[in-house]
Design a protein around this ligand. Structure first.
Ligand SMILES: *Cc1c(COP(=O)(O)O)cnc(C)c1O
Length: 226
């Protein structure tokens, strides 16, 4: 079942790349394992999954005892400052940095263990109050500040589109993230080079790829049982 689902998702990713003239190697599939059991995660790894996404640090630490470095770990959920120290132990990429205060804590903890932590900045493109993320108009100031932190490397932006029935309706939020990325890169003398766009989930990843996504975060389409 999981094998079939992975095959299906992979084919749909390939088709979207083809449709939008993008290279398959530019889009990474992150398998979201937050609702999966250990044996299901192991099965997914057997069928070619290399990157897994979790949204709680505590849950991830427990799974890490079994999975260890057989996968690359992505933190996709909200991160509290008191969990930063633990998060830095296992996550290669933190997708959800959304305050300077949190970035400061990451800088402090990363320095202690001599790590340069890769991060993405979460942007609340839709402005929904229920969502985390900086406002698009705060991005310039955020980058100016955080790009000076020596133990943090900002690789790009992340967003979560509102839940909609028709994935087409998520397109404007993905476009907005891409445009924001392009604007940030146009700033003269900027010390950063923002490339990655983490956007697209089970319901809307094809549209996200058409709009330039470099990482899709997919859970239900892989672990659902039908
Ligand atoms: C759960 C989650 C996903 C995966 O969502 P699915 O609809 O299961 O594909 C992606 N991103 C974030 C931030 C999530 O919390």
């Amino acid at each position: 079942m999981i094998a079939d689902n992975i095959k299906n998702v992979t084919q749909r990713i390939a088709r979207s790349c083809e449709k939008s003239g993008r290279s398959l190697s530019d889009v990474k599939l992150i398998c979201v394992t937050k609702e999966a059991r250990i044996n299901e995660i192991e099965e997914a790894l057997c069928f070619g999954i290399k990157d897994i996404g979790e949204n709680r640090v505590q849950d991830a630490l427990i799974k890490y005892r079994t999975i260890e470095n057989k996968a690359t770990w992505h933190l996709i959920g909200h991160l509290q400052t008191n969990k930063v120290k633990d998060a830095l132990k296992i996550f290669s990429l933190i997708h959800s940095v959304d305050t300077v205060r949190l970035a400061e804590e990451i800088q402090k903890c990363a320095k202690k263990i001599n790590k340069v932590q890769d991060i993405l900045v979460q942007v609340n493109t839709s402005g929904e109050e229920s969502k985390f993320g900086i406002r698009p108009d705060e991005a310039g100031a955020f980058f100016k500040e955080v790009s000076l932190y020596p133990n943090i490397s900002i690789l790009g932006l992340m967003t979560i589109a509102p839940e909609v029935d028709d994935p087409e309706r998520a397109r404007p939020w993905f476009q907005k993230l891409r445009e924001l990325r392009n604007e940030l890169n146009e700033v003269r003398c900027a010390k950063y080079d923002v490339r990655m766009l983490s956007m697209g989930m089970s319901n809307d990843f094809e549209v996200a790829i058409e709009e330039g996504s470099s990482m899709v975060r997919i859970g239900r389409a892989i672990f659902k049982n039908d």
